[in-house]
Design a protein around this ligand. Structure first.
Ligand code: BT5
Length: 323
């Protein structure tokens, strides 16, 4: 840890308390003047630090910057989010997460960035990820599940994000099969699950999550204005991204542990309860066919079931669904 990190750690260990210059200088192994210089630097980084003669220093507020230290401080998970690789600007967090996973990154490692210049959606579509406004992150997991079950992890992630949005903002979110989170009729979050596997074994999954957290209308390009929204636009106030990510990690870990122990039932139930898709008349475009019908539910594996005009039920594994 460098001196700034030692000072931040000391503040976090004793939240709300004044810590004397002397105490900090001992913890850092440097002079009190050096402590003061580093406190000034922290202020320039966006930390609000109160200084009171004879009492010392006290942390009032941390910036909403997505740093590893901020996210990991106070995180009560055992795996998810316990390793964070944070970047300022990247092309996309997905390949960086693949690289980290291939080198053995622990399960639960999060790769995130303030900005993506080439963020991607499914089928090579672009994901707009401007600086500082959103949560653009890729989560590495290594579930011991057979390949056909991996789409369930997308649904599990959607349920975890949707729950986190409800808890943090109270907004009424809905999940559109398989990977979109909507507020009203606009998309606030997209999920992209990528897989590294052998014939019968999952090595790891990289789950990309793109959430428009604090974007305002002006952050969206013309073509997204009518179809995209953000938590801030919907709730009228900015969200604390660090707190959001921490809560997401806790929710995801809880869902994930339950899923590994007990199977898909709970995710299925929660997903169906918050679905934007079930009950609607949909047009489904798979790579090979187009079909119309009513979305009637998920089967036990998480596959979407669509009933066509003739009453025949089709199982949809991977597709774009339109209404
Ligand atoms: C998705 O794809 O919704 C998956 C998005 C995953 C993004 C994350 S961010 C972290 C990680 N790193 C990456 O590079 N990607 C992941 P799809 O269902 O194909 O939706 C893409 C479509 O959504 C685009 O064609 C646009 O119409 C729309 N779109 C693009 N950017 C958007 C945004 N910021 N908000 C809402 N809609 C957007």
């Amino acid at each position: 840890m460098n001196i700034k990190q030692v000072i931040l750690q000391a503040f976090r260990d004793q939240p709300g308390r004044f810590i004397s210059g002397e105490e900090l200088s001992q913890a850092c192994g440097c002079s009190r003047t050096a402590v003061w210089k580093h406190i000034e630097e922290l202020r320039r980084d966006g930390y609000e630090v109160e200084a009171v003669r004879k009492s010392g220093y006290r942390l009032l507020a941390a910036p909403d910057r997505l740093s590893a230290a901020e996210i990991m401080a106070g995180l009560s998970t055992t795996r998810i989010g316990q390793h964070v690789i944070a970047y300022d600007e990247v092309v996309s967090t997905q390949p960086l997460a693949h690289e980290a996973a291939a080198k053995g990154a622990a399960e639960g490692t999060l790769v995130l960035a303030e900005q993506q210049t080439g963020g991607k959606g499914r089928l090579g579509r672009p994901w707009h990820s401007p600086k500082g406004t959103g949560i653009w992150m890729s989560l590495i997991v290594r579930p011991a599940i057979p390949l056909p079950k991996t789409p369930q992890m997308t649904l599990l992630t959607a349920v975890s994000v949707a729950g986190t949005i409800r808890e943090e903002t109270g907004l009424p979110v809905k999940i559109k099969w398989p990977n979109d989170i909507f507020i009203g009729d606009k998309k606030v979050c997209g999920i992209l699950t990528e897989l590294n596997a052998e014939a019968d074994r999952v090595n790891y999954l990289v789950i990309g999550i793109g959430l428009n957290a604090n974007s305002v209308q002006a952050d969206f390009p013309e073509e997204l204005l009518a179809i995209a929204t953000s938590l801030r636009i919907e709730s009228g106030s900015p969200v604390k991204r660090v707190a959001f990510i921490q809560r997401f990690c806790q929710n995801f870990e809880e869902e994930y542990n339950h899923y590994l122990r007990e199977g898909f039932q709970r995710v299925k139930k929660e997903w169906e309860a918050h679905s934007y898709t079930i009950g609607r008349w949909v047009t489904v475009q798979t790579i090979s066919q187009k079909l119309e019908g009513q979305a009637i539910g998920l089967d036990e594996e998480g596959v979407l079931m669509v009933k066509d005009r003739l009453g025949q039920i089709h199982k949809v594994y991977s597709a774009d669904v339109n209404y």
